[in-house]
Design a protein around this ligand. Structure first.
Ligand SMILES: C[S@@+](CC[C@H](N)C(=O)[O-])C[C@H]1O[C@@H](n2cnc3c(N)ncnc32)[C@H](O)[C@@H]1O
Length: 274
């Protein structure tokens, strides 16, 4: 693994097959990173408040889905302020190396102090880079996680393919993302909260009206459940499952990169989520 904490590595090893991403996609990704940089100072506080602390439980549930193997090398894409990365390490003692990657520098700055406070910073590092074209060699990680990040990718399947590339054969993908309750009454209540109450609280407390309207729109436009499972499969993953959480307002998705023939690199049992 070549990445250093807090920087985009300048020199690439010859065997990195980094994906090329077109200019308009790069522009959209940069705008998205700027938006997260603007709200970074309030991001964690608003996450806890707006999810009524459910996000803490959801992150723990994602940690429970890590493979049973030891010495795991884990990449958390769109790591933001590194909440998921810290939660993974706190709830799983099998992680040897944890890398968080994000495009938004202000989010990463908060993440760096969180890593230092966690006392786990010896095995954890943060990298500023685009998750759609990552500075890692093929097959670098046992697990790729992404929490509330994939719906921000301009090209969803392209991003998932990139995660597939950096996973070792037999490696596991875990995606935690918002979804909508299947029960129509609950969905209506939830959408009312999401459309009207949450953007209002977000605007008042972060001072950024656009960011929390964007959150609402991006969640409503996201193809969740079986439709998202199809996208994961289209990116090359096998054994794709969705595990809805908390009445379906969030879902953990899981996929496996096919093992190299004759290789049983990781225990593929699902250890946690239901
Ligand atoms: C809603 S936040 C989630 C942060 C964190 N994973 C969490 O659970 O709190 C979304 C993050 O995705 C990042 N992001 C969006 N598109 C990205 C991309 N293409 N590459 C890397 N990070 C990206 C943003 O900068 C932002 O920090």
């Amino acid at each position: 693994m070549e990445a250093k904490s807090g920087t985009v590595p300048k020199k690439e090893p010859a065997n990195i097959s980094r994906k090329s991403v077109d200019e308009s996609t790069v522009g959209r990704q940069r705008d998205n990173a700027r938006m997260f940089d603007r709200i970074a100072h309030r991001y964690d506080f608003l996450n806890r408040l707006l999810s009524l602390r459910c996000d803490v439980t959801w992150r723990r549930r994602m940690a429970e889905c890590l493979p049973a193997a030891r010495n795991l090398h884990v990449l958390d894409v769109a790591t933001g302020t590194a909440d998921s990365l810290v939660s993974l390490v706190q709830h799983c003692d099998r992680i040897e190396v944890g890398v968080g990657l994000d495009m938004a520098e202000q989010m990463l700055m908060l993440g760096r102090s969180k890593l230092a406070d966690s006392g786990q910073d010896a095995c954890l590092s943060l990298v500023r880079a685009d998750g759609a074209a990552m500075p890692f060699e093929d097959g670098s990680f046992d697990v790729v996680t992404i929490a509330f990040g994939i719906r921000n990718f301009a090209d969803t399947v392209g991003g998932l393919r990139e995660f597939h590339r950096v996973l070792k054969p037999g490696g596991r993908l875990l995606v935690l993302e918002f979804s909508l309750p299947t029960n129509s009454f609950l969905r209506r209540c939830y959408l009312a909260y999401f459309r009207y109450i949450m953007p209002l609280i977000g605007r008042l407390l972060s001072g950024d009206a656009g960011a929390y309207r964007y959150l609402n729109r991006s969640v409503e436009n996201f193809r969740y459940g079986s439709e998202f499972c199809e996208l994961i499969a289209a990116a090359g993953f096998a054994e794709v499952h969705a595990h809805p959480l908390t009445l379906g307002v969030a879902t953990i998705y899981q996929g496996q990169k096919e093992p190299a023939s004759g290789d049983s690199h990781l225990n593929t049992e699902v250890d946690g989520a239901h």
